[in-house]
Design a protein around this ligand. Structure first.
Ligand SMILES: O=c1ccn([C@@H]2O[C@H](COP(=O)(O)OP(=O)(O)O[C@H]3OC[C@@H](O)[C@H](O)[C@H]3O)[C@@H](O)[C@H]2O)c(=O)[nH]1
Length: 478
């Protein structure tokens, strides 16, 4: 520090994720990394989620060690008893556009000290608008894959090329050629679920297209991915948005920097539900790589029929399984009623373990876990890649249909079981993953896991991109 020159105060950044488990989990890790890099961080939660994080994630006390780190809350515009999951999930966008936007503007105008830079979830268009209206620099963050981001950017091109709309179930295997970089393997059924809309004026479809193109006008875009995984698609994105910071896998990047910072590697667990840790001691009693871990994320809601097909398939596969069934994830009369077929109860007693919520990152890195039956949410996909665990993918909605295609067809890290929910298929594919094709998947998963770890190790591309991000924030905050 030059003598007599005063230390520039730490830039004050506001971080605002889409208020759901996946993005909040990823962007709270990013917030803690920014705090360790000396930035003053304000993390903006929805009132609905903040109360859950206070109950289940030791917030805010876990962040007291960071000078100036504070949590603020804001309404997401939905009533307290709104499920915010399943087919009602999308209602959050309209509610936030109408009610959260003015609240955010008022909050930023009154904030002391003022915010020097916003890191906003790029799917929240109103955050970019408010930042531009107030003249505050903004960097967008997307906690989804580059593949999904680029497919969204290409929606207007697919419509113009007449490749959308999709004309019913017989049209689902038609190739899509209007997404550069995906011509060789993309089919209608692999497109994000909202592309299955029949009319092209569908607001969700058009919004994802326009919002994505607009999000590229921010000072930069932060992505929870890494060059080795999505290099070809990232170069497509960089042709439209030059300043991309790939800093993923965030969960592994977080562990690397925390172990450098504190000498111990730690995980940051930002759960919205109470974690049932009893499954860890159950895992300790299972042979290596013998368990299929089953979880469909924080939003998916399944019908009784779907739950039964998976349950029969898992039990009939004769594999051990650890299954997360979120309290609010079964639409019908619920789970494990007294009329549950005897063979399911017996089969589960012998080889299964069911919990309401698990410490997923710890479960995936447990020696007993040999496969992950997943909905292909991006955070789960990245966490499985880092842990080197092959995946059996059953996408539910949004980006998951595309993520599962990349897992199965491009990265060869597992099997894509989209659009099928049949106990015979579940049984066969679980055994393909865990027995018949185990060696090929374990080999490719191990190779990608080490590339992922290299990317976030000191001097790795994701590690350097994060350092560049911090320097750029310091520069634009001056
Ligand atoms: O039992 C569990 C299950 C899940 N989790 C955590 O919850 C998070 C789930 O995030 P995912 O991205 O996988 O899936 P979600 O469905 O919750 O996310 C949502 O936002 C990100 C998008 O990619 C997903 O498609 C979208 O659905 C993961 O970080 C996972 O580790 C637990 O901690 N415990």
């Amino acid at each position: 520090m030059e003598p007599g020159k005063s230390q520039a105060p730490s830039p004050h950044i506001l971080i605002f994720p889409l208020p759901i488990q996946g993005p909040v989990n990823a962007m709270l890790k990013l917030a803690e990394l920014c705090a360790t890099a000396g930035l003053k961080v304000t993390f903006l939660n929805s009132e609905y989620n903040h109360s859950r994080l206070v109950r289940f994630a030791n917030i805010p006390s876990r962040f007291d060690k960071y000078p100036g780190f504070e949590f603020r809350t804001i309404s997401d515009g939905l009533p307290g008893d709104h499920s915010r999951s399943g087919n009602r999930f999308m209602e959050i966008f309209e509610a936030m556009n109408i009610r959260t936007k003015p609240l955010l503007k008022d909050m930023l105008v009154e904030m002391i000290p003022p915010v020097d830079c916003i890191i906003g979830d790029g799917i929240l268009e109103f955050v970019l608008d408010v930042a531009n209206e107030l003249g505050i620099p903004i960097i967008n963050c997307r906690t989804i894959g580059a593949c999904f981001l680029w497919s969204n950017y290409s929606i207007p091109d697919m419509i113009e090329a007449g490749e959308l709309p999709i004309k019913g179930s017989e049209d689902m295997d038609r190739p899509i050629t209007a997404v550069p970089g995906m011509e060789k393997f993309l089919r209608c059924r692999d497109l994000p679920s909202f592309c299955r809309a029949s009319n092209m004026s569908d607001s969700t479809l058009l919004r994802y297209g326009t919002v994505t193109r607009k999000s590229f006008t921010a000072s930069g875009v932060i992505l929870n991915t890494f060059e080795e995984l999505e290099g070809p698609i990232l170069s497509q994105i960089r042709s439209k948005c030059p300043n991309v910071y790939t800093i993923g896998p965030l969960n592994e990047h977080f562990k690397t920097r925390m172990s450098l910072e504190n000498g111990v590697s730690s995980q940051s667990s930002n759960y919205f539900w109470e974690v049932d840790r009893s499954c860890m001691s159950w895992l300790d009693r299972q042979p290596n790589q013998s368990v299929v871990y089953v979880s469909f994320g924080s939003i998916a809601v399944m019908s009784d029929e779907q739950i039964m097909e998976f349950w029969h398939g898992l039990v009939n596969s004769k594999r051990r399984f650890l299954w997360v069934v979120r309290p609010d994830s079964v639409a019908g009369k619920g789970f494990q009623g007294e009329d549950t077929p005897k063979e399911l109860v017996e089969g589960t007693k012998d080889r299964g373990y069911i919990v309401g919520w698990a410490a997923q990152e710890e479960v995936l890195s447990h020696r007993a876990v040999g496969g992950f039956l997943t909905h292909s949410g991006w955070n789960s996909t990245m966490e499985s890649i880092v842990a080197g665990v092959p995946m059996l993918c059953w996408p539910y909605f949004a980006d998951q249909q595309l993520n599962s295609r990349f897992v199965g067809e491009v990265w060869k890290l597992g099997i894509d079981m989209k659009d099928v929910c049949d106990r015979k298929v579940v049984e066969k594919m679980v055994n393909d993953l865990m027995v018949e094709r185990k060696d090929e998947f374990v080999k490719s998963a191990a190779a990608m896991a080490s590339l992922a770890k290299d990317c976030v190790s000191v001097g790795g591309p994701s590690y350097c991109n994060f350092d560049r991000l911090i320097e750029d924030i310091k520069t634009i905050s001056l």
